[in-house]
Design a protein around this ligand. Structure first.
Ligand code: PXP
Length: 250
């Protein structure tokens, strides 16, 4: 299973002082060296962490895949089409939220999504839709022309009882199976950490996990290269390509 590392929170720390450090581009290089197969960042409308220039620089330097999370606001769409990342992941966005709270209402937004996805696909940009693990949204994602769905794992991660967690896991399994039957690529993410990730890794239809907060938090204790490498191993991949502590930058 591939790991995409979300580096927004590197930029969150930088924006605390509005300077140059820590640099998300340097962090992306470290993530790739540690085995990440995609770099994810979210260009939010309020630019609270990742800035337009970060996305441009990441597009020039990322060696794996740049996956740009974004809302469907016209100004952000224009920024994305100018940079042409390998993939965009369309997410709902509310200014007041701390992080993306729910999946995209693909059913309600289908008439807006269809032409937008066509514009991205015409530029050879893959389009993923971040959806709750609900059959209607998975089907609608295929109907509007998405190439990938990313299943929202937040309800699973935040479940307060083991019965609730099992129920959410079953929803994710069913949605992943449906996605593959509809020939969509299936990813998942949100709220995954070093403990709750294993059950998701067990779902064979899911090809990629996108993880941010837990990895960046762990990096404060052990360094970014090791934090990413440990997660890569939990996903069944190879660990860091060069795990020497001297090269750990964050
Ligand atoms: N996938 C999507 C679509 C997201 O919006 C986020 C949060 O930015 C993530 C994955 C990563 O979530 P977390 O930071 O909780 O690992």
């Amino acid at each position: 299973m591939r790991l995409g590392v979300n580096i927004d929170h590197i930029a969150t720390v930088r924006q605390a002082r509005r300077g140059h450090a820590p640099d998300p581009i340097e962090a992306a290089r470290t993530c790739e060296r540690a085995g990440a197969q995609s770099i994810v960042c979210h260009l939010r409308e309020d630019r609270r962490h990742i800035q337009d220039d970060d996305v441009r620089r990441l597009r020039q330097t990322v060696q794996t895949q740049l996956n740009l999370e974004m809302s469907i606001a016209p100004s952000v769409v224009a920024a994305a089409l100018a940079v042409k990342p390998h993939q965009v992941t369309l997410v709902p966005e509310r200014r007041q939220e701390l992080t993306t709270e729910g999946g995209l209402d693909v059913v309600r937004l289908s008439s807006r999504l269809q032409p937008l996805i066509k514009r991205f696909r015409a530029q050879r940009i893959d389009v993923s839709l971040f959806v709750d693990p609900v059959a209607a949204h998975v089907r609608a994602a295929r109907d509007v022309g998405a190439t990938t769905i990313e299943l929202h794992t937040g309800a699973y991660a935040n479940a307060s009882t083991s019965a609730g967690r099992r129920r959410e896991l079953r929803s994710i399994e069913k949605a992943a199976r449906l996605g593959r039957q509809l020939e969509l690529a299936v990813a998942a993410g949100h709220g995954l950490d070093y403990e709750n990730v294993s059950a998701i890794v067990g779902i064979g239809e899911i090809e990629e996990l996108n993880i941010g907060f837990s990895i960046i938090s762990r990096a404060l204790a052990v360094g970014l290269e090791r934090a990413v490498g440990e997660m890569v191993e939990l996903l069944g991949g190879r660990g860091p390509r060069s795990a020497s502590p001297a090269r750990t930058r964050l």
